[in-house]
Design a protein around this ligand. Structure first.
Ligand code: HGY
Ligand code: MN
Ligand code: MN
Length: 416
């Protein structure tokens, strides 16, 4: 259904300025961001977001997992809202746009509706989900997972960071443990704008990615236990080297992923070595294997082969081995009605588009379990993300938010 004017657009300059202003909070060391969840800088970013939302005439509610919901009333406030949003937390060496574009792009949609004097039948809510990244506290998409009924609130609040601080304690400390019980708030639909974090859209010269699916993920935390000993005086046959075991398992992860080319991916991003002294053979190594694929059976095969292979490597060296699943979600298929609206909006606005599968996980993957959900991608330079050099162009952000505006308006129903 074409809108009263097909040419409704957001204010791209205002969106770009807001993205740059938010990026000043929790700066990284090379121009990106280090605004990890539930840190002081996350609190500062949340407060700025809240001020902006209130200045746009919205009321902001916070649930017991710190999820923030900025609400713009519709003409019928009894109807379930259309939600748009993503996350403001970043990786320790993250970029300015991963997650943030989805939150501030949604805020820009509301700011533009205010400018244009457009009313909608359904309320609209802009969302900031707590701990999407899963870097400080595993797993990723933690609070949207509690909201969707995947994790219990108690289990989620007990997750601890490397210093032993818990999600529950840190939520209280930064003043974002809201009164609203997580998950009580209902929604009609969710739309999430996000950067692609991959190379396809830029390589193909496409403005918009219509995200039809999200691939599945499995995080396996491996603990290898050997024996600390002197690196100089201990004969090779006497060594029980946890570091050697870790190196062989990292190699195995790569081989398993390549065996399911071209779609499978596998890597070890997190690794802690103990005691991590130059002249002590590593006594313990803890690391997380990250496997992903659009097919659930392939993920299961990769995990099974990893466990069998790790057992053999540990036995060959004489290491203790513990493997614990610390994150997992199945591949998701997003809502076809919302996807059609996204394609139609891109066509109406003159933006090129292609269907695409998300390589990264997103809060939308969990919310898709409880309400119609879809995602919109914009390109990113060289497909680079989770790197301070992450880069997008203002026109890419504008195109994504324009499409979000149109898809949200069709879903929230414009009132003449
Ligand atoms: O790991 C992910 O895919 C997301 O960036 N948290
Ligand atoms: Mn993200
Ligand atoms: Mn991310």
């Amino acid at each position: 259904m074409p809108l009263p004017t097909d040419n409704l657009r957001i204010n791209g300059q205002r969106l770009w300025d807001s993205l740059q202003e938010m990026a000043e909070i929790g700066p990284g060391v090379r121009g990106g961001n280090n605004r990890q969840t539930l840190t002081d800088s996350d609190r500062e970013g949340r407060l700025l977001f809240q001020r902006w939302c209130e200045a746009a005439g919205m009321t902001v509610a916070v649930d017991s997992m710190g999820n923030m919901f900025a609400r713009r009333e519709g003409t019928d406030s009894t109807l379930e809202p259309v939600m748009m949003g993503s996350h403001l937390d970043t990786q320790p060496t993250g970029g300015r746009y991963d997650g943030v574009l989805g939150v501030l792009g949604a805020l820009e949609v509301v700011r533009s509706l205010n400018d244009l004097g457009i009313k909608t039948r359904r309320p609209i809510e802009v969302v900031n989900w707590t701990n999407e990244e899963g870097t400080r506290f595993a797993p990723a998409m933690l609070a949207s997972g509690v909201f969707a009924g995947i994790h219990s609130e108690e289990w989620a609040k007990a997750r601890t960071d490397k210093d032993g601080k818990s999600v529950g304690e840190e939520l209280k400390r930064i003043g974002f443990e809201g009164d609203e019980p997580v998950g009580r708030r209902k929604l009609h639909a969710l739309l999430e704008l996000h950067i692609e974090q991959g190379p396809i859209l830029e390589q193909e010269g496409k403005d918009i990615g219509v995200v039809t699916h999200g691939q599945g993920l499995k995080w396996l935390q491996v603990t290898l236990t050997g024996r600390e000993a002197h690196t100089g005086s201990t004969p090779m046959p006497m060594r029980v080297n946890a570091g050697l075991g870790a190196a062989r398992i990292v190699q195995l992860v790569d081989e398993i992923a390549w065996s399911h080319a071209p779609l499978a991916v596998g890597a070890v991003g997190h690794m802690e070595c103990y005691p991590n002294s130059r002249n002590i053979i590593q006594g313990k190594v803890v690391f997380t294997v990250d496997f992903r694929h659009p097919d659930k059976a392939v993920i299961a095969d990769m995990a099974a082969r990893l466990e069998a292979g790790a057992r053999k490597i540990a036995d060959d060296i004489g290491l203790g081995l513990e493997i614990q699943e610390v994150g997992a979600f199945d591949p998701v298929a997003f809502d076809t009605t919302l996807l059609s609206r996204i394609r139609d909006a891109a066509d109406r606005l003159g933006y090129s588009h292609r269907d695409i599968i998300s390589g990264a996980g997103h809060d939308a993957c969990w919310i898709n379990r409880i309400a119609p959900t879809a995602m919109i991608f914009c390109p990113c330079v060289d497909g680079l993300s989770h790197n301070e050099d992450e880069k997008i162009y203002p026109e890419w952000a504008t195109a994504g938010a324009d499409v979000l505006l149109h898809a949200a308006l069709e879903t929230a129903e414009v009132v003449e």
